[in-house]
Design a protein around this ligand. Structure first.
Ligand SMILES: Cc1cc2nc3c(=O)[nH]c(=O)nc-3n(C[C@H](O)[C@H](O)[C@H](O)COP(=O)(O)OP(=O)(O)OC[C@H]3O[C@@H](n4cnc5c(N)ncnc54)[C@H](O)[C@@H]3O)c2cc1C
Length: 388
């Protein structure tokens, strides 16, 4: 049996639902296909269960992409204020945390409930537990599931990235891009904890749980936030942010005492130049156990001004070479994806295959930590939905 629609959307996550709502409001007959047994599972686990649904300071600079201009148009036409208006229309209580991040007061369920209600109002058809077996293009796009066939002149791919396979991530979006001849920028795990070499792990990782405010830098980017020692390496917002830019075997430079001078007291000739003094100074900026452990490996070779200046430099640029990342199992996002050169920045439609759209995380646009990935999902979903 064949069912006809105006638009078939693959993936019932953030971007797919936003696209469905916008297209449905324009009276398009829209069908959303989700292989899980419910919509928006990633929304439910996001932001520690409270969904950091946008960031009021959203700017194009908060995104990585091989074309940094690509996201500008969609982000300008669906802004954080637009999403906040929707949240307020549904009377969802929210609050601003640090750095412009907006979270639900109660639960991420509020955001999913809002999207589901908007889909109902827009008469969107939802097909859960959809096992998509084949997609092809004849005059229309034809999609086959285990027990039915669906047709439409428009196909929107919103199946997200590869992160967190245990809640349903698959490679379908990339597979379809390849099937239709679209180029892909090789994906990699982003916003992900980093693992350390055996040597560094045995030096630091029994301190798991210790944190410090640092500046983490690599590839011309830097983030001043918290770093956390884990059982296998480093995490915390500063490390998650920089992980999106990190490529093996680059080192990451970590400023352990941002805007502070660790060796300042040694300028006083009465200050004894020894490890006890240095340890006391470093402990002013770092957790005691971490300060001690770091000094074990970085004690100056002498107490000359030159040696102290080198140590000062090292505390502000501790070069650590991660062994790897915790991978897609732990990554909050997948960087890379469908090459933006293949898509219209206004509508997300393929330049070469009319009617084929890619939105959300499957596209080579990746946000920083802090609500930016959802803002991209809403904005790219709205851009496509309004163009249908
Ligand atoms: C733990 C965690 C916390 C996060 N917290 C935040 C946060 O607080 N703020 C923020 O901005 N971002 C956060 N993110 C990132 C954010 O969730 C994603 O960037 C965003 O959900 C991407 O939206 P999307 O619609 O493109 O993909 P998704 O939301 O992943 O939706 C894709 C949908 O497609 C479905 N699908 C996949 N394969 C198939 C298939 N073969 N057939 C049918 N359906 C399929 C999936 O089941 C899923 O429902 C978080 C991510 C994780 C993993």
């Amino acid at each position: 049996m064949t069912h006809s629609f105006d638009t078939l959307i693959l993936g019932g996550g953030a971007a797919g639902l936003m696209c469905a709502i916008e297209a449905g409001k324009r009276r398009r007959r829209v069908a959303v296909f989700e292989h899980a047994d419910r919509l928006g599972k990633k929304i439910l686990i996001s932001g520690g269960g409270r969904c950091n649904f946008t960031n009021v300071h959203c700017r194009p600079e908060n995104f990585l992409s091989s074309n940094p201009h690509f996201a500008k148009s969609a982000l300008a036409r669906y802004t954080p204020a637009d999403f906040i208006a929707l949240v307020e229309k549904h009377r969802i209580p929210y609050h601003e945390k640090a750095l412009g991040q907006l979270f639900c007061n109660r639960s991420a369920r509020d955001i999913l409930g809002m999207l589901e209600a908007e889909c109902r109002d827009a008469a969107v058809s939802i097909f859960l537990n959809s096992n998509i077996q084949q997609v092809e293009r004849t005059t229309d796009f034809v999609l086959r599931t285990a027990n039915a066939e669906f047709r439409a002149p428009v196909l929107v791919v919103a199946t997200g990235g590869l992160s967190i396979p245990k809640i349903g991530a698959t490679s379908l979006g990339y597979d379809l891009a390849r099937q239709f001849g679209l180029a892909i920028r090789e994906p990699w795990p982003g916003l992900v904890p980093l693992t350390l070499s055996d040597e560094d792990r045995s030096r630091y990782c029994d301190l798991a749980g210790v944190s410090a405010e640092v500046v983490a830098a690599c590839a011309g980017q830097q983030f001043r936030e918290k770093m956390l020692v884990t059982h296998r390496g480093l995490s915390g917002p500063a490390i998650l942010q920089i992980s999106s830019y990190w490529k093996k075997p680059q080192p990451i430079l970590i400023d352990l005492a941002p805007e502070r001078e660790v060796t300042a007291s040694f300028r006083d000739s009465k200050t004894p130049r020894n490890l006890v003094t240095l340890r006391t100074e470093l402990r002013k900026f770092l957790a005691h156990r971490f300060a001690d452990r770091w000094l074990d490996a970085h004690a100056p070779i002498s107490w000359t001004n030159h040696a102290l200046a080198n140590l000062e430099k090292e505390t502000h640029a501790w070069a650590i070479s991660p062994a790897g990342t915790e991978g897609y199992e732990k990554a909050e996002v997948t960087a890379g994806g469908v090459d933006t050169d293949e898509l219209s920045p206004k509508t997300m439609e393929s330049r070469n295959i009319p009617g084929l759209f890619f939105i959300g995380e499957v596209v080579d646009v990746t946000g920083h930590l802090g609500g930016f990935n959802f803002q991209w999902a809403w904005a790219s979903g709205a851009a496509a939905g309004r163009a249908l």
